[in-house]
Design a binder for this molecule. Sequence first.
Ligand code: G3P
Ligand code: CA
Length: 373
Amino acid sequence: MTIRVRLTALSVAGAAALGLLAAPAIAAPNRPDTADRVEVFGHRGASGYRPEHTLASYELAARMGADYIEPDLVPTKDGVLVARHENEIGGTTDVATHPEFADRKTTKVIDGVEMTGWFTEDFTLAELKTLRATERIPDIRPNNTIYNGRFEVPTFQEVLDLRARLSKELRREIGVAPETKHPSYFAKLGLPLEPGVVKTLNDNGLNRPNAKVVVQSFEVGNLKELNRQLRVNLVQLISNTGAPQDFIEAGDPRTYADLVKPEGLREIAGYADVIGPDTKVILPVNPDGYLTEPTTVVADAHQAGLQVVPYTVRAENSFLPADFRSSTDQTAYGDVFSFFHALFDQGIDGIFSDNPDIAVAARDEHEAATAGR
Ligand code: G3P
Ligand code: CA
């Protein structure tokens, strides 16, 4: 993956219209130049081994060789961006064991889904800092539960501080890939995510075209807004079902499936640089979970001048296509190397994984196997 220069909306759209992006340098699956290698995104850090979205998880990911660490961002009541996959924190912290917060338990509708629990927007940062992270999926990752209660919920700034420290120590720049979570929901609450993302990147000298930063969103409108304020690269995330929440709320009938058609990809190229599709958008599975024919999305995206970084490869049988499961034990590891290779064979530019160590090993193995082909 080589996103060195932030292309402007005009330059991408114009170049695409002129057919100048038909053969981007990163599109070829053979990558003898390591600068063009598939980059590994430590998904929620190294969440296969530590409770997700903790400094310990991000640090382990970087030490395992991840090129990027990935904080999902939600706001506190006092408007501080913190790293959580969702604003409901009953599933990833010990908040339920804090009697002083028992009356904060409530029911809300987030992006059309009713949820009961505790929500970051109802806690100040000082209150949130009294909580400790816990493993999200203890049944599948029981070993990770030994870390329950040991790590705080980090702020975005603390993640960037860690990134800076580890970049110096490891003598390579660790990238960061923040994701704005539920942007329409938080804008309506008066806690928009985008100003904090822009300010924090500005404050840290990271809002520049050659910064190793990519900002992600499942929505479209906020990426277009960020495109006007940020000089870093933007990732349009693509679910394998449904539609962007802002499209739904605006009555726009287009779905994610529409966005990965050539016309949709050309539109994305007007405001973003990368698509981050579910792996099933590239390698679909049948109702029994087995792989079927690959789609043309990777080639179509490259044709539009977009790079492709799918999510998320996890080693446990529970998350793998049926082709690669080792047994019916959902917690056991399957043949995750073969799943990585199947994705790399499609010519992807990066990969999100809960297991960055295995992703790096598979990437290196694939590079060696395809060198000179
Ligand atoms: O950002 C890539 C991937 O993380 C998107 O899915 O739900 O894990 O944030 P999610
Ligand atoms: Ca994410």
